[in-house]
Design a protein around this ligand. Structure first.
Ligand SMILES: [Zn+2]
Length: 152
């Protein structure tokens, strides 16, 4: 079945509770955007109600096929994302610092201390630890490749 169905073209929302509805590819990208599309432009919906929806026939999360819906917001009502407050940034910095601080020598390292190691490499200096670390990295990279995840 095509993902585009005439039944999904309902600009006035007559059959969709008044919510303007369009099929896949039928929305004007200049006017409407999904939350994710707004985020790509550094915008957020700014508490506006959902303005329209896209309905299409596609793969569902349960591995089958079904009706899929994406909610759209109006670009002209969107607002720039609020930047993090100084308090939020300070909290992030603190958390980051804690992850880089060795519990054995209390030195703040330039790298995040691996949880399985529990201390910095200087404290845990042994060829065995390095070999273990490299083996783990290689395994994780291989997993990332398999799952298509971007390597950090
Ligand atoms: Zn240390």
């Amino acid at each position: 079945m095509s993902r585009i169905l005439a039944a999904f073209m309902d600009p006035a929302g007559v059959n969709h509770g008044g919510l303007p509805t369009t099929h896949w590819g039928g929305a004007d990208r200049e006017v409407y955007a999904t939350r994710r599309q707004l985020a790509l432009d550094g915008l957020q919906p700014n508490r506006q109600p959902i303005a329209a929806q896209i309905v299409w026939w596609g793969v569902t999360g349960r591995g089958g096929y079904g009706e899929r819906v994406a909610f759209l917001y109006r670009r002209d009502l969107a607002a720039p994302k609020r930047p993090a407050t100084p308090a939020q940034l300070a909290a992030l910095e603190k958390a980051n610092r804690a992850r880089r601080t060795c519990s054995t020598c209390t030195v703040v390292q330039t790298y995040v201390i691996p949880r399985w190691l529990g201390e910095c490499f200087a404290c845990h200096a042994s060829d065995e630890a390095w070999a273990d670390y490299q083996a783990r990295e290689a395994r994780e990279n291989a997993t990332d490749r398999l799952t298509g995840r971007e390597a950090a």
